[in-house]
Design a protein around this ligand. Structure first.
Ligand code: ATP
Ligand code: MG
Length: 689
């Protein structure tokens, strides 16, 4: 278990740290971790890549990584234009300037551009280019239904045909380059098909996770004023049927009341969930997908767009506040997602790739659809719940499709046994604490598969800090090192860059191709939220510490940092300590007001199965935190939790936990994206036990 408790020792960078190559300097002094050495301390708890894996890896050693990283930082234009021109199709090249940027609010408006003037199309690069390269008959998508026994496949050429039919339909109802299309679909093949069809004609998709309430959907419709909304009548999730069309109907009434009316609601009849006869219908506006789309030609000309034309709009998950409409553009996003996918998962043509994220989140955009497809990968889409009809479902699916790369959220519920086909594991969304890491590594990966703990955000478009499998010794719980072209910096409250072993606010210096370009319709909020807090840097909102070997440890969102009597304690750190206790399955920690200490530590704890709550366990949990971190970090309150409230993207909803901890029960807010809203009632009942 790591115990990197350097929160209160800020060490300042020397003056050379502001040189452009400082990031390289910072990590190239690293001592190589000697193969076979026993860890000298807990911080040195390393897991070495196996020789078999490294031998076949794209980046087989830390030397190779450092060489490539150095090149990417010293000459970003050369590094990225080399990749962009050799691995993608451009109708026309960009001008002399590969990128231009201003990340400093003191020098005017924030602006980031990559490959401006270059003309391309992301759908063309995902499909046509791969088909021309011989992948026509390769499986692009495997689809596995919620109901075991129902599945489907599409090859790259079949997928292209489906995409073209929909693209032609969208054009026929007047969707043009730059128009918005709102998509409210579950994980059917029609979801990536819709994304690609929009991209093909230069339309901007705004995928809304099909778990959001009608109010949330209406809010997004009003924001981007789409010509068309695309949905399906219903979907089955586990044993439940969810009537998506009813939610859309309500949202369309709501948005019409706010002055935005939508002419076309294209509805896919999801026969496994609901027959069309049972679907509520508004003649004139609603159209069955199956009645129109298949009638259109299976080829469709590509709309060539500028690298800086918008590709899509996506709202952040809103775990901290009002969702932000993150806008990504075409060229840089394309190059960045494809490249990060390839290296972070050590992608090989023979891989079968499964990412459990829903396309309604950024992970589903960058690493279900675009990144893998740009690489011509075989992708598995799973419609249903991970534990339906039983907790072994995920592993049945891994076996059935011989999945080799498995990318998931650390909080996803999975039972404990390893799968032979797996080669690489990935984790995203929350810090993965060392004991969960160990479990994922030993039990799921059979101690054989490297774990890519990918730190990134909706805003960053792609991975920012991630291991490259096979290249580095891993430290359980650390996202390790920056991806090529990324310069993470850790700053103190005053925005001073810290060096060496340090802990503070995570920022990024200089732009990278996948960076978002604005918040839709609110460039000012973009500048205020991300660039004003620490002028000169992109501020991530996350806390991070760097250990003596240069490894990065994400400590959670900065607003998740608790200040107890002046000690800044990352909630992730306390959670790590709690779950290292053998009888603790899961823990979530929030801050509460405390008369003496300013803030107190309030911990929600789920004991492992078969263990019941007891005063003895409570004491022993607190003792664990005291010994691992220190007395100042000992929880003031342990709240027993049969389960924690999680979004369906696997994130713990701390905002709700904070309200429960503060007993502000009438201020719980929107709970509609919770995987199981019933969890909240259970927690309230147990509040004072
Ligand atoms: P909002 O910004 O609306 O509150 P959100 O931040 O949850 O929502 P996302 O962009 O989906 O929306 O999530 C990015 C955040 O998830 C990161 O800022 C970080 O806090 C957390 N995160 C993602 N991956 C990791 C990881 N590998 N390790 C630690 N934290 C991670
Ligand atoms: Mg965020």
């Amino acid at each position: 278990n790591h115990n990197h408790n350097h929160n209160h020792h800020f060490r300042h960078a020397d003056s050379t740290a502001s040189l452009p190559s400082s990031a390289v300097a910072k990590i190239s002094h690293l001592k190589a971790v000697v193969l076979g050495d026993a860890p000298a301390s807990e911080e040195d708890d390393v897991v070495l890549p196996s020789h078999e894996f490294s031998r076949q890896a794209l980046v087989p050693s830390q030397q190779k990584y450092l060489e490539m990283y150095k090149a990417s930082i010293e000459n970003p234009a050369g590094f990225w234009s080399g990749i962009a021109s050799s691995e993608f199709y451009w109708k026309q090249g960009w001008g002399d300037q590969v990128y231009s940027e201003n990340l400093d609010v003191r020098r005017g408006n924030i602006k980031i551009e990559w490959f401006k003037g270059g003309i391309t199309n992301v759908c063309y690069n995902c499909l046509d280019r791969n088909i021309d390269a011989g992948l026509a008959d390769k499986i692009a998508l495997y689809w596995e239904s919620n109901e075991p026994g129902f599945d489907a496949t599409l090859t790259y050429s079949q997928l292209l045909q489906r995409v073209c039919q929909l693209a032609n339909y969208l054009k026929s109802v007047g969707v043009r380059k730059g128009d918005a299309v709102v998509v409210y679909l579950p994980m059917l093949m029609e979801l990536p098909i819709t994304m690609l069809a929009c991209t093909r004609i230069g339309a901007v998709h705004s995928v809304v996770f099909a778990g959001f309430s009608s109010e949330s959907l209406a809010q997004r419709i009003v924001d981007c004023k789409p010509k068309v909304v695309i949905t399906c009548n219903a979907v089955k999730r586990g044993p439940k049927t969810i009537f998506l069309k009813d939610i859309v109907d309500a949202a369309l009434i709501d948005s019409a009341n706010k002055g935005i009316s939508v002419d076309v609601c294209l509805t896919y009849e999801n026969q496994l969930a609901l027959k069309r006869e049972k679907t509520k219908w508004k003649e004139g506006r609603d159209i069955w997908w199956e009645d129109v789309v298949p009638k259109y030609p299976t080829s469709c000309d590509v709309e060539w767009v500028d690298a800086e034309d918008p590709l899509f709009l996506l709202y952040t998950s809103g775990s901290t506040g009002k969702p932000k409409g993150v806008l990504h553009t075409t060229g840089g996003y394309m190059v960045y997602t494809a490249t990060t996918f390839k290296y972070a998962f050590d992608y090989k043509d023979s891989d079968v790739y499964w990412c459990t994220a829903d396309c309604g989140w950024i992970t589903g955009h960058s690493y279900v659809t675009y990144g893998p497809m740009l690489n011509g990968a075989t992708i598995l889409l799973y419609e249903g719940a991970p534990n339906y009809p039983d907790p072994g479902r995920c592993w049945d699916i891994v076996d059935k499709y011989k999945v080799t790369i498995f990318y998931t959220a650390p909080t996803l519920y999975v039972t404990r046994y390893s799968r032979k086909s797996l080669r690489v594991l990935g984790s995203v969304g929350e810090p993965i604490n060392p004991s969960a890491w160990r479990w994922f590594f030993n039990v799921v990966g059979g101690s054989r598969c490297p774990i890519s703990d990918t730190w990134w955000q909706t805003e960053t478009g792609g991975f920012m800090i991630t291991p490259l499998p096979g290249a580095w010794p891993q430290k359980p719980g650390s996202a390790t090192f920056p991806f090529f072209g990324v310069q993470p910096v850790i700053v103190d409250e005053k925005g001073v860059e810290l060096d060496g072993e340090c802990s503070g606010y995570l920022c990024v210096k200089s732009s990278w191709p996948g960076a978002f370009r604005t918040l839709y319709g609110d460039h000012e909020r973009y500048e205020t939220t991300y660039f004003k807090p620490f002028p000169g840097y992109y501020f991530t909102g996350d806390g991070c510490s760097r250990d003596k070997d240069g490894y990065h440890w994400l400590t959670g969102r900065v607003d998740d940092v608790i200040n107890v009597s002046g000690h800044r304690i990352g909630t992730a750190e306390v959670e790590s300590a709690l779950v290292s206790h053998p009888q603790c399955a899961e823990a979530a920690v929030v801050g509460v007001e405390h008369q003496v200490k300013g803030q107190g530590i309030y911990a929600f704890v789920t004991p492992v199965e078969g263990i019941s709550y007891s005063e003895e366990l409570r004491k022993s949990l607190i003792l664990t935190v005291r010994t691992q971190i220190g007395a100042f970090a000992a929880p003031d309150k342990i709240h027993w939790a049969p389960a924690l409230p999680k979004t369906r993207s696997g994130k713990i909803m701390r905002r709700i936990l904070r309200k429960i901890a503060a007993r502000q029960l009438d201020e719980l807010g929107d709970t509609s994206t919770l995987a199981d809203p019933g969890v909240v009632d259970q927690l309230i009942k147990l509040a004072d036990t």
